[in-house]
Design a protein around this ligand. Structure first.
Ligand code: AMO
Length: 441
């Protein structure tokens, strides 16, 4: 029987109807059971699940149709709301009419109801089915809430959103890690970061800018925390005293975001991810040198004296949580050898920089610094890093016509979301992840 989709309401709204009221719902069949002349269909749409029931002796045609249905078929159902203690959500729909809109091939390659049974690679191959699982779709509803909160925060603090080129002439974060693209008769690269352009916009007089956009890293990492394409939330602000001004802004943005997500999704996060999302209060600061000392004291070996590896970050997360009671903290003043050419070095301590990483639940989610805004020193630093000055003249000249002290940071959106939800593999927090092996779907 034909049902007009104009009358269709979301399942969440159907639950708001009283006993005896009529509703049209439509969605995917989550599960179906036939027991003693009664068909029980659990229907799924974006807003939830509802049980719909048809009895052979009351609606022969509907019952016959139901018997022939299976998981993931798309149907429209018209019926009457009925209180039912035994049903999910306390209500069900007594089916009066049903229309099959689209049938799913059988067997369905992965079962959205039971996504945990399937390994991640297969889930990603069938991502559109995998995302039908409430828990998996929730990750992206939370991402949406997180990015909205972050955008609101920066706008309310005088930042404007900008959109800078993703096809660029030069690498910014380190030479080897770029994807070349054929650009007519020459080569260009996919942007690793909006770094140089966001700095340019501060000096152009925008003073405070932010950007949310994809960035590309040609890193052959096979880890649970690296993607070759991820969403970066970048900020840059002018007229700062030092990197601490940036850190204050970023920590407020992150806390505001966690709070917003926790308020709206706290219950679902506990239900589906078995983790409590509390918003952090204090954000301790530890210098890089103190961090190494702490790791040393706790017997955590660091292979590179100028870096903290992922094991080190994790261990540091545990130590700081124990000693300072916080899951969010800064490591500051990284060694010059490990930071990009645009980073400002400390006065009288030039082996170290005015930089920071923000660590959340044992993983770096933000990296930032004060920038070198004095053209001559910047030029020297470019040379010192072994880069060709002529490739950066377009950037150096930005600082020759009046440039305020400035700084900023980049946040990996998938890392923030993964850490909020306790997700172990960052791929789950990217709609369609790209890594060294995966280029489809
Ligand atoms: P950085 O390279 O440290 O700094 O990156 C900033 C943040 O981006 C995230 N991130 C990643 N997420 C997923 N996959 C990756 N391969 C990956 N690499 C980095 C991390 C990291 O903290 N231009 C500077 C930022 C700045 O100084 O403003 C930059 O890009 O969360």
């Amino acid at each position: 029987m034909k049902i007009s989709l104009k009358e269709r309401i979301f399942i969440a709204d159907a639950f708001k109807k009283a006993q005896g009221e009529k509703a049209v719902v439509a969605g995917w069949i989550h599960s179906i059971r036939i027991v003693g002349g009664v068909a029980f269909i659990v229907l799924r749409d974006r807003t939830g699940l509802i049980q719909c029931v048809v009895k052979k002796d009351q609606n022969q045609e509907g019952y016959n149709l139901a018997k022939d249905l299976g998981s993931e078929d798309v149907v429209a159902i018209k019926g009457t709301l009925k209180e039912s203690k035994s049903s999910l959500g306390g209500k069900e729909i007594n089916i009066e009419a049903m229309e099959v809109i689209s049938r799913s091939e059988k067997p369905v390659p992965i079962d959205p109801e039971d996504w945990e049974k399937t390994n991640l690679a297969t889930r990603l191959d069938w991502r559109f089915l995998d995302l039908r699982a409430t828990r998996n779709r929730l990750i992206f509803e939370i991402t949406d809430a997180a990015i909205n909160a972050m955008r609101d925060f920066y706008r309310n603090n005088g930042f404007i959103e900008v959109f800078t080129p993703k096809i660029v002439a030069e690498a910014t974060e380190g030479g080897a890690e770029v994807f070349p693209v054929v650009y007519f008769d020459r080569y260009a690269y996919l942007a690793q970061s909006p770094q140089l352009y966001k700095q340019m916009m501060v000096v152009a007089g925008f003073e405070r800018v932010f950007e949310v956009g994809p960035v590309y890293r040609a890193e052959k990492h096979h880890t649970n925390r690296h993607l070759t394409e991820y969403e970066s939330v970048d900020i840059e602000m002018g007229f700062i005293e030092d990197h601490e001004d940036v850190m204050k802004m970023v920590e407020k943005a992150v806390i505001h975001t966690i709070q917003a997500v926790s308020q709206r999704f706290g219950k679902e996060i506990e239900q589906y991810f078995k983790i409590r999302l509390d918003s952090p209060k204090d954000v301790p600061r530890i210098t890089f040198r103190e961090a190494h000392k702490l790791l040393d004291e706790h017997g955590v070996k660091q292979p590179d004296p100028n870096d903290i590896d992922s094991e080190g970050e994790k261990a540091l997360g545990d130590i700081v949580e124990k000693e300072y009671g916080s899951q969010l903290f800064y490591v500051t003043e990284y060694p010059w050898v490990k930071r990009p050419f645009y980073t400002m070095r400390k006065e009288n301590d030039a082996d170290y920089t005015k930089s920071f990483d923000l660590i959340y639940r044992g993983m770096e989610i933000v990296s930032g610094s004060q920038r070198e805004h004095r053209a001559d020193i910047l030029e020297k630093q470019i040379r010192e890093k072994g880069l060709k000055v002529e490739n950066f003249n377009f950037f150096i000249k930005v600082f020759r016509y009046g440039a305020p002290p400035h700084g900023g940071s980049g946040l990996g959106l998938e890392r923030l979301v993964a850490q909020m939800l306790g997700i172990k593999n960052i791929r789950e927090a990217r709609l369609l992840p790209r890594d060294p092996e995966r280029l489809t779907p």
